[in-house]
Design a protein around this ligand. Structure first.
Ligand code: AMP
Ligand code: MG
Length: 419
């Protein structure tokens, strides 16, 4: 680990009881910094990774002025003043094609056959489209374009050598690889992947696929959170599903602190008898339990175990999912060296009614109708995991009261933009 976090960075000011979502996010944002080291990798391995440093162009792009079309290149100046007149220029022998620059200089008042991407030959600055030109008897005739430089791309018009083309903290997208390649960058400085351990807790949990036993439920959180972590661009470390016993959970946290940069746990985050995560962190680590004014969610235990931050998410899979997207995602992004990612929301008309009470921010499982309105799952029951797969995003209702009627503008956050 290249940087340590302060173990009091999650502490709340005295007297704070219910933490509004925005305050919780602001505290995470202030308290966390990147903890990952730096390595370098070839472009082909860089997609989805985080840039460790600003990257500068190694050369201009385009490296030379070139043609945007197939046509005929000539010098605009040589046409004279009257642009209404049809031009009639002798054709220079030869041609310019991409990868095959024309070697000589095109004499003033002459034109040369040119293909898309070819460097503009010396003596030319403008290109006329081949469909707008007539060729015959060694000459080319055309109505001149209105402007000099038409249909050409200037040297360095896309990037200048030395200019910062991508900034540190950016998560590299496929299109960024095109940008980097275009300016001659083949090797990029990257953050090492953040390792995030996932631990499920609860005596009732058994792994998916095993025969059911009385009193058991299947562990939904671990496969979901591990996959989310991978989508966020981090490496997931599996700490298993552990019984609610201090000894087992302590051993798992020790393992997590050894193998990972952050630990996500689910279950046992409240103050109940079996809430070992809160208790262990309180007694043997450091913890702040945030009662976040959010639905679904509420208890979010944030602490440190052997110097590694622990995000104690609620056990309920719907609440765990929402809290992972809204709180863990930006927090982990910062630890991984990214800029704090603001969730992308769009305002759309509601396709539902709801009288929302004041006090807690609410996230409803939602999806867009074909005409762009947000409909919500038929039940807000947070035990209904089916509503997660039914939905393709969340509607975020503000902390205050709101009387939503069909057509009321609401903020819709697509899952696709939260991954
Ligand atoms: P807890 O936060 O431990 O009180 O758990 C809240 C609810 O979520 C309980 O109904 C648990 O059975 C359930 N739950 C906890 N962890 C999981 C899990 N990994 N998968 C599915 N349900 C869970
Ligand atoms: Mg439990």
């Amino acid at each position: 680990m290249s940087a340590r976090l302060r173990d009091d960075c999650f502490a709340l000011p005295p007297g704070v009881d219910w933490t509004p979502v925005d305050d919780a996010l602001a505290r995470l944002r202030e308290g966390l910094t990147s903890v990952t080291g730096v390595e370098s990798a070839p472009l082909a391995k860089a997609s989805g990774r985080v840039l460790a440093e600003d990257v500068r162009a190694m050369r201009d792009n385009p490296p030379a002025a070139n043609s945007a079309i197939d046509g005929y290149a000539f010098a605009w100046e040589a046409l004279g003043q009257n642009v209404e007149d049809e031009a009639n220029l002798p054709l220079q022998t030869g041609r310019a094609a991409a990868g095959h620059p024309f070697k000589g200089t095109v004499p003033s008042g002459h034109a040369l056959r040119i293909l898309t991407g070819a460097e503009l030959p010396k003596g030319t600055d403008t290109v006329v489209l081949q469909e707008d030109a007539r060729v015959g008897a060694g000459r080319v005739r055309f109505q001149p374009p209105r402007k000099g430089g038409a249909n050409s791309r200037g040297r360095g018009e896309d990037a200048r050598a030395g200019e910062v083309v991508l900034s540190a903290g950016r998560r590299i997208a496929p299109e960024d690889l095109a940008r980097l390649a275009s300016v001659g960058v083949g090797e990029v400085p990257l953050r090492k992947p953040l390792r995030v351990a996932v631990l499920s807790t609860g005596d009732e949990l058994i792994p998916a696929g095993e025969p059911p036993v009385p009193g058991s439920i299947y562990d939904s959180n671990r496969p979901m959170l591990s996959a989310l972590i991978a989508q966020f661009g981090h490496d997931a470390v599996d700490l298993g599903a552990q019984q609610d016993r201090a000894g087992t959970i302590r051993a798992a946290l020790d393992q997590g602190a050894e193998d990972a940069d952050a630990i996500l746990t689910t279950g046992g985050a409240s103050a109940g008898d079996e809430d070992h995560i809160s208790r262990l962190l309180r007694n043997e680590g450091t913890v702040t339990t945030w009662r976040i004014a959010v639905k679904p969610g509420r208890p979010l235990a944030l602490g440190f175990w052997n110097g590694v931050p622990v995000f104690g998410l609620p056990g309920n899979p719907v609440a765990a999912f929402v809290c992972a997207l809204m709180f863990a995602r930006p927090a982990l992004a910062v630890m991984a060296g990214q800029a704090w990612p603001e969730p992308l929301g769009v305002t759309v008309p509601a396709a539902f009614s709801k009288a929302k009470k004041p006090g807690r921010r609410e996230y409803l499982r939602a999806r867009l109708t074909p005409d762009g309105r947000a409909e919500v799952f038929h039940s807000e029951g947070s035990g209904l995991i089916g509503g997660l797969s039914w939905s393709d995003g969340l509607v975020e209702l503000p902390d205050g009261a709101l009387d939503v009627k069909p057509g009321t503008p609401v903020r819709y956050l697509p899952y696709a933009a939260l991954r």
